[in-house]
Design a protein around this ligand. Structure first.
Ligand code: ME8
Length: 651
């Protein structure tokens, strides 16, 4: 790919997703890649245009709407809202959300269609052949007939429909040589390289003219001047990239944002983007995108996750338990863009527990806690750097350079791999220096200050470098470190390890990445009262005595219940929202067998707020309530008998 560092603008696109259903993890993948690239290029000082949206026309949507008893537009409207909600929850920072039902798009497509007619690129004829509605694709002639005389789509395995209708053809066949020349002259046009080879060999085999209108489909953009024809949904959809960029309603904007630097597509739709799309653009006299980057599929049990196979993972379940960053991290860290990956709960939990909770989360937690305990949250003037300390700094400076190149080359998994190798180095630095031992010797305070300063500066730097992938966590960590600015406000160039000095007020970290066990993630029993001798009236004296200091470690508070609801599919647990005065939290409690949600709202009770968060049925529980356990294992909550300020300390 052309070196990105000398360019002032950066445009990245995702495919526009069909609105027959809400997006799943596979769609989230493309969108998260695009978001990380967009955020990186913003940090690098470029004027970024990040485009995503929805593909709302065509027979597939027409059918899906009819099955649901809705108009296609009503279906689109309902799915668009939910898709945008998902992108918000995943912290997707798109600049423009295009819908193919927008007027700017429809007008642009009609203009381009007319332009191609005027240039003799389109002619009227008769199409006879087979069509796959699920893929919105014409089958190649060499697909064999089945025994019953029908044809099966080789890509998705669904039965195709026979078509015979008047159509407008685009002279795709005339573009064979020009496309091959373009691939030859711009080897970065399709990435990875192996995909370019596939595309080139397909084109070398010869191209047939492409039917680009349908008379039997009504839901779409009418052909200008011949409205009994509807423009083929792929001709319509591909042009979103230029209409959304400004063609032809704001040509200044268009010239700034087009051509795209990176167009991300799944490998299933590469041919549309690497053959038809450049041919349409050449025909219209518009510039071609620099790179069409084809990524792999997320598989479940070795089969592509797809809506039609019904094996999709619902991002909302993962989001509820983990928030966006672990999902973003996993998707981008696990595989290089281009390869397939298997998505399993086990694999996901293993990676986020080990890389995020253990390696990074613990580093932040330990370092900040020590700064709090040993220095009251403010690192004093440190001892000068030793050679060992300097390595943490120079290691960062080198990492910063490499991460820049890797992000610029879309090698997101490699960038993360390097950042995590550095986190490993910082962990080792702490283990080697043992600041917790230094803290016992008052003479070593300047050394202690140095070690904790290096670690904190490294954490700040590593969070910044991970920001494109984990924006929310990076922002939170910067907040704990007393940074007034957000990572997004600091240009890449300006970020300096030495910009973090002594004298800042450093806060205590809040739980960053909860460590979740698979059984807790999948089970609801975790919230139910534990059976056993300690949960009944017997055996009161049977447990070990604890000191007052041990008791004091529990942060018990009065909390007021502000919302209570059932959890779909769960019989024992309720989800609660509680007010703690300074903040509100959600929690899950195994009290559904003793209390109805409506009996709880407004009541005040005692909760422990510094217990490690647990994930129950995919929901993060950020506090635990105190309740008596009856002999038949039901929970009885002691409520306060008069008004108490939410957040009041209980001791
Ligand atoms: O094809 N793994 O829309 P679509 C990885 N509207 N990525 C996946 C995936 C999986 N299991 N499943 C889907 C369309 N995707 C057209 C595009 S563009 C002008 C028109 C991703 O809703 C992948 O990016 O079927 C794929 O290309 C896209 O979702 C297809 O989404």
């Amino acid at each position: 790919m052309a070196k990105t560092s000398d360019r002032r603008t950066f445009t990245v696109t995702t495919p526009i997703y069909y609105v027959n259903d809400v997006p799943h993890i596979g769609h989230a993948y493309t969108t998260v890649i695009a978001d990380a690239l967009a955020r990186f290029h913003k940090l690098a000082g470029r004027d970024v245009f990040f485009l995503t949206g929805t593909d709302e026309h065509g027979q597939k949507i027409e059918r899906a709407a009819a099955e649901k008893g809705l108009s296609p537009k009503a279906l689109a409207d309902s799915v668009v809202g939910r898709a945008q909600g998902l992108w918000r929850a995943l912290d997707i920072s798109y600049d423009f959300f295009v819908r193919t039902t927008m007027d700017i798009h429809k007008t642009g497509v009609q203009k381009l269609f007319r332009r191609l007619v005027d240039r003799g690129e389109i002619y009227k004829g008769e199409y006879k052949g087979w069509y796959c509605v699920s893929d919105e694709n014409f089958l190649a002639d060499d697909v064999a007939l089945e025994a019953d005389g029908s044809k099966i789509c080789p890509d998705c395995g669904k039965r195709a429909s026979a078509l015979s209708e008047e159509t407008y053809f685009f002279r795709l066949s005339a573009y064979r040589d020009r496309l091959l020349e373009h691939y030859e002259a711009h080897p970065e046009f399709v990435r990875p390289q192996s995909r370019l080879n596939e595309v080139a060999s397909f084109v070398r085999g010869g191209l047939k003219d492409l039917s680009i209108t349908r008379t039997t489909v009504k839901w779409g953009i009418p052909v200008p001047g011949d409205p009994k024809h509807t423009i083929y949904v792929w001709f319509d959809a591909l042009h979103n990239y230029v209409t959304a960029a400004g063609f032809d309603w704001d040509m200044g904007r268009f010239e700034k944002h087009w051509p795209a630097d990176v167009q991300l597509v799944g490998k299933d739709i590469l041919r549309f983007h690497a053959v038809y799309w450049p041919a349409f653009l050449m025909a219209a006299g518009l510039p071609l995108p620099r790179t069409v980057f084809s990524h792999g599929w997320w598989l479940k049990d070795d089969t592509k996750m797809s809506k039609s196979k019904g094996n999709v993972l619902d991002p909302h379940v993962l989001l509820k338990a983990f928030g966006p960053d672990p999902i973003r991290y996993f998707l981008l860290r696990e595989i290089p863009i281009g390869q397939d990956g298997n998505f399993s709960h086990e694999g996901f939990l293993h990676r986020v527990n080990s890389d995020l909770a253990n390696d990074f989360g613990n580093l932040v937690q330990r370092t900040l806690t020590m700064i709090g305990n040993f220095f009251g949250g403010e690192i004093p003037e440190p001892a000068p750097e030793t050679a060992g300390d300097a390595k943490v700094r120079t290691g960062f400076d080198e990492l910063k350079g490499r991460a820049f190149d890797l992000y610029g080359a879309c090698a997101l998994n490699k960038a993360l791999e390097e950042i995590w190798a550095y986190i490993g180095l910082v962990n080792k630095y702490l283990a080697d220096n043992q600041p917790w031992i230094m803290a016992k010797d008052p003479e070593k305070r300047p050394r202690l200050a140095r070690v904790l300063l290096q670690a904190a500066a490294a954490i700040r730097g590593a969070s910044y470098l991970a920001f494109p992938v984990m924006p929310r966590s990076a922002e939170r960590i910067w907040g704990f470190l007393g940074e007034a600015r957000k990572p997004a406000e600091v240009p890449w160039e300006a970020l300096d390890f030495r910009g973090f000095g002594p004298g800042r007020k450093i806060g205590l970290p809040q739980a960053l990445f909860p460590r979740v066990a698979l059984k807790d993630f999948l089970a609801e029993d975790a919230a139910a009262p534990a059976p056993g001798p300690e949960s009944t009236t017997k055996g009161v004296m049977s447990m070990d005595q604890i000191s007052y200091d041990e008791f004091r470690k529990m942060d018990l508070r009065a909390a007021r219940i502000i919302e209570a609801e059932r959890v779909p599919g769960a019989t024992k647990i309720l989800k609660l929202k509680i007010d703690l005065g300074a903040e509100q939290r959600q929690m899950v409690a195994g009290i559904a067998e003793t209390y109805a949600p409506e009996d709880l709202v407004g009541k005040s009770l005692i909760v422990i707020v510094n217990l490690k968060p647990a994930v129950i049925r995919g929901i993060e529980s950020q506090a635990m309530l105190l309740a008596a356990v009856t002999p038949d294992n039901k929970a009885l909550i002691p409520f306060f008998d008069r008004d108490v300020a939410p957040g009041a300390v209980v001791k």
